[in-house]
Design a protein around this ligand. Structure first.
Ligand SMILES: [Zn+2]
Length: 333
């Protein structure tokens, strides 16, 4: 690769239901303000099912086999790959390549040594970060947070996650846990079981997509209405004007907005990017989110724009590529 050329990375996004991959070509200039030509390009996108029940060892082996196929494809198409970036579910150790924590969604994923497995099939530099962090890094570098110094990224989907990106670098904390935005206290969540195991009141079990469903069904039982199967049904009933659904969307989004205001007070971001399936719940959700944020955020923090993510499902792939590029630039193997 000649100096100044736009480098291409092989990226993976390892989630609970699928493993996505693509070739991510990042703009030659790391300056994200480069304009229209400063956007990454993702090609050769494909995916395999995670099939989590087959266990972590099996998953790791299938990811490596997937990588080999993608590298062969790159060679056949004349695409020079500069490195491999991985966005992984669970909590990965970026230094050692070991998955140090994972939920029951991926049995046996914890303890897998990913770098060792890749080293057996490629000499390319390989770098792994968490999938939620990768999403935030992608949005911060090339999406809705581009050009901003301090970016707080919040993902509201099946669960709730977050990432803090400072001057283009992911802030991961002492144990790689920083950014776990779903596990902040909220009175609305009291009595709802969080994915971390607490019943004491975290925001995730009442503000994620699953949480919208659970909050609705909990209130619905009391009024003997018809329960919903998922969060999008709550949004649909709210859009149709059903008072119970409207109340659930408003209470849930407001509580999440209050939590985001608290997070904003702690880190003072330039911008807050909110992504994930739940942000499609419509203006009712967004208005309540913003109202909660404004009630909770300090006056100067309130000026930080609260915006929707721009990169969609490509964000973790782009973030993984950004992470491996940074890793290589620092002269790491
Ligand atoms: Zn929790």
């Amino acid at each position: 690769m000649s100096a100044g050329a736009a480098p291409t990375y092989l990226a993976f996004d390892i989630g609970g239901t699928k493993v996505a991959s693509g070739f991510v070509t990042l703009p030659a200039s790391a300056n994200a303000n480069a304009g229209a030509d400063g956007r990454p390009e993702v090609t050769a996108r494909c995916e395999i099912p995670t099939e989590a029940a087959r266990g972590g060892e099996d998953l790791k082996n299938r990811i490596v086999a997937f990588a080999v196929r993608q590298l062969e494809r790159a060679e056949a198409e004349g695409v020079a790959i500069a490195g491999v970036g991985l966005a992984a579910a669970g909590v990965p150790d970026s230094e050692t390549g070991e998955i140090v924590s994972a939920t029951d969604i991926l049995p046996g994923w914890r303890g897998q040594r990913i770098y060792d497995a890749f080293a057996a099939v490629t000499d390319l530099p390989v770098h792994m970060i968490g999938d939620v962090g990768a999403h935030g890094l992608g949005e911060a570098t090339y999406g809705a947070g581009r050009g901003r110094g301090v970016v707080l990224s919040i993902g509201v989907g099946t669960g709730i996650g977050g990432a803090i990106v400072v001057d283009g670098a992911l802030f991961t904390g002492a144990h790689g846990v920083a950014g776990h935005a779903g596990h902040v206290p909220s009175a609305l969540g009291r009595g709802f079981l969080c994915s971390c195991g607490t019943l004491e009141g975290h925001i995730e079990p009442v503000a994620s997509g699953t949480g919208l469903k659970d909050l609705y069904n909990a209130r619905c039982d009391a009024e003997e209405g018809e329960p919903v199967a998922d969060g999008s049904q709550v949004a649909a009933r709210a859009a149709a004007g059903e008072p119970l659904a409207v109340g659930v969307i408003e209470d849930s989004a407001r509580a999440l907005g209050e939590c985001i205001g608290g997070m904003g007070n702690l880190i003072d971001p330039d911008v807050i990017v909110v992504s994930g399936s739940v942000v499609k719940a419509g203006p009712l959700w967004w208005n309540a989110l913003r109202a909660g944020f404004e009630d909770s955020a300090l006056q100067l923090v309130r000026s930080a724009p609260l915006v929707e993510g721009e990169l969609g499902g490509a964000a973790p792939l782009i973030g993984a590529a950004v992470a491996v590029r940074r890793h290589v630039a620092q002269g790491r193997p």
